[in-house]
Design a protein around this ligand. Sequence first.
Ligand code: GCW
Length: 675
Amino acid sequence: ANDGYDLWLNYRTIEDAKLLAQYQKNFTGYYIEGNSATMQAIDTELKKALPLLLDKKIDKVNSINDGSIIISTGKMYIDLGNELQSVGKEGFIIRSVTINKKKCTLITANTDIGAMYGVFHFLKLLQTNTPTDKLSITSVPKLDLRLLNHWDNLNGSIERGYAGKSLWKWDELPGVVDPRYTDYARANASIGINGAVINNVNSNPLIMTEEYLPKVKVLADVFRPYGVKVYLSISFSAPIRLGGLKTADPLDPEVIKWWQAKTAEIYKYIPDFGGYLVKANSEGQPGPQDYGRNHADGANMLAKVLKPHNGVVMWRAFVYNSSPTEDRVLQAYDSFKPLDGDFDDNVLVQIKNGPIDFQPREPFSPLFGAMPNTSLMMEFQVTQEYLGFANHLVFLAPLYEEVLDSDTYSKGKGSTVAKVIEGELTTKKLTGMAGVSNIGNSRNWCGHPFAQSNWYALGRLAWDPEASSADIANDWIRMTFTNTEAFINPVEDIMLNSRETTVNYMTPLGLHHIMGYASHRGPGPWVDRAAQPNWKSTYYHRADKDGVGFDRSTTGSNAVSQYFPPVRDKFNSLETCPENLLLWFHHVPWTYEMKSGNTLWDEMCYHYYDGVKEVRNMQKTWEGMQPYIDSERFEKVKTLMEEQEWEAVFWRNGCVLYFQTFSGMPIPKGLEKPN
Ligand code: GCW
């Protein structure tokens, strides 16, 4: 049995006998230089992993022998020239080397945490059955901040969380320290995640009180050896709510003083505290605009307070109001673009990947590329708020990859979103990626066994935004389940196709935000007319008897103008707009002829029907996987797929029948009646 607790750190004996024999010969013991908390954690990890993987006793050794794995950050065993310097604070080098005629594997870095990343990488090589005779690996993370954002509330609930309650047991802390906190940090370290914002962006300011800070400190202490820094989401009105001041105006000297004192207090508990994440003037949260100040005034005030402590501010760009007239898609860009260049050096503007809200498919946010004098960081959502919660198998790396690979053309061809967030196209160089966590206290962390792959993918893409989804899926399957090809190939296919499948049965052709109104579960394209007559800007399909889709071309809300040419022109024209974003940018007649020759109506029906068919194919493929894995995870996935199929049918029928009331056209021949 396997309850999924071990995630991708599911160390099992190498299945291939020949390879196992080779590894057993190559690796005889491990040698660790140094004794820091991080080195001790490395020791613990190797002590656990190596005997399981290699099916033999394998110990820490005190001298270098044939087959030693050497972990060192101080002593140089071979001349690496400038190479070691070039890997910076967090990178590492893994080399097959000969030292005093002994054949060894050297894992080295400038810091202990770099060495830890190297050790996890080395273990991954074994877990994925990679040949290890002539290793020559150099790896450096391309982004500085690689973070999880937990939307965890102090009462233990998680906003948009689908895998149980918060991991943080505030009622037990600081006295009782759940060992799970260590496993959480290990899992993060294994994929290079180096920070956690532990509380909801809709922040309860109590987190900054004397009652909670000692508890937060304990978490920081547990995470520290694994290189995971703690950050907090703050409430902009904390000076009023906690400090009893009359205002939270960022330019008020008393307010600044309050933040200075509070921040100094936090650093007393946590000397390497990371900084603040801020949701301001968004969805009812307080912010600088309440005092006639702008986002830069607010961010810079906090930045100056954090600066002497080396902390950063991550200021979210997720702002909109429910205006009946202004297209929501325009609002983040319109609010932030004019502030380019105004933010301090230790501020990052954190931007959701698309201009609305974590939809199954959106175009990339036009802010990427539009603020060349600001550090911009990516916010992806790992928790599946709009993608079937933890009930649907949706591998999100292809969604992330699609955004990162998008070309903004901000500095000509090749100005991808990845390059923007890597700081290559901006004058300010602080870089980062955040993922809104899908982790809870359910035994397998993420609810759906495959949802673990999204946490994994976020880490891998934060380390290298140009990594490929296929590689990530392949590694994850091997580490989490098995190296048997008969399992890997079909399951990799399932994963790589799963996002498009979900788009098909939920929001094909650029449809968006037609989910159930508040829960965001199941279809709800009918909501705008019924429950929210004033929120015309929220539900966007704009179906009528002439057609469907939101006109954001130059004849409509003109959102296309927020993109650089030629992207702007491509989106603007009905002929060149990618069909998978057609209804995002255009209101299109039901009888419009698509590239396939089908009418728009027929094409929409085919997508919805295909989505359901693809879920059923996925179920069939999964049935055949039973021989290769444990029954516990097999059955769990099987049951969840039944739920997914049920919901896919609900989506298809709900949407097709609803839109049919406008198109008045028949469901294409050959498709079953949706009932
Ligand atoms: O996606 C929306 C969610 C809110 C969330 C908000 C945000 C934390 O529906 O639950 O609030 O975005 O990102 O701030």
